[in-house]
Design a protein around this ligand. Structure first.
Ligand SMILES: [Ca+2]
Ligand SMILES: [Ca+2]
Length: 171
C-alpha cells in the first residue's frame, strides 16, 4: 500500500469516527474504531482497557488522552502490530500465570522476563521498573496488552544496552 493511499485512508477513517467533529478522537471514539478494525475476535468484541491504553501509549504523543489526525496513523500501526502478537502474548501470560488469576504479578513478570532473557536472571529491581512502566491501567497486575508493552520496553532497553557496549568495544 502506498504511503499516499494510506494517508488518505487515515483521513477518511478519522472523519468517520470523529462523529462530533471535534478534531480529535475521544477514548470512546477510538474504542469504536479499534473494535471495528479487530477482525481476530467475534464481531463487536470491544478492546480491553489495557489494549486501549496500549494504543494510547504508542500514539498519544501530546498526552491529551485523545487521538488527533496525525496520531491516528501511529494508533493504527500499534493496533495492527498488537493484533498480530495478541495470541502469542495470551499464551505467554497463561504459561507464566502461576496463580491462575488471569494476569501476572511482579514475580510472575520477573519469571517471564527471565525466560525471554534466555534464562539469565532479570533482577527484581529491573523487573519492577518494567512492571511500573507497563502497568498502564495501574491496577497492580499485568494484562495481555501490558505484557506486550513490557516485552517492548524490555527489548528496547536491551538494545540500548547492547548499543552502548558495542560502542565501548569499538573505543
Ligand atoms: Ca493526543
Ligand atoms: Ca495493569
Amino acid at each position: 500500500m502506498s504511503q499516499e493511499f494510506y494517508e488518505e485512508q487515515c483521513r477518511r477513517l478519522f472523519k468517520t469516527y470523529d462523529v462530533d467533529q471535534s478534531g480529535v478522537l475521544s477514548i470512546d471514539q477510538l474504542t469504536k474504531l479499534l473494535k471495528d478494525r479487530d477482525h481476530t475476535t467475534p464481531e463487536g468484541t470491544p478492546p480491553t482497557q489495557d489494549e486501549i491504553q496500549y494504543v494510547l501509549w504508542f500514539a498519544d504523543l501530546n498526552n491529551d488522552s485523545c487521538i488527533d489526525q496525525k496520531e491516528l496513523e501511529l494508533a493504527l500501526k500499534a493496533w495492527e502490530a498488537y493484533l498480530q502478537e495478541r495470541k502469542r502474548m495470551q499464551a505467554k501470560l497463561l504459561a507464566f500465570d502461576e496463580s491462575g488469576s488471569g494476569s501476572l504479578t511482579l514475580e510472575e513478570l520477573q519469571a517471564y522476563l527471565t525466560h525471554i532473557n534466555l534464562g539469565h536472571l532479570v533482577e527484581h529491581e529491573e523487573a519492577e521498573a518494567i512492571f511500573r512502566l507497563a502497568d498502564i491501567i495501574r491496577d497492580g497486575v499485568i494484562h495481555t496488552a501490558e505484557l506486550a508493552l513490557a516485552t517492548h520496553i524490555w527489548k528496547t532497553s536491551r538494545r540500548q544496552k547492547e548499543g552502548k557496549s558495542q560502542m565501548c568495544s569499538v573505543m
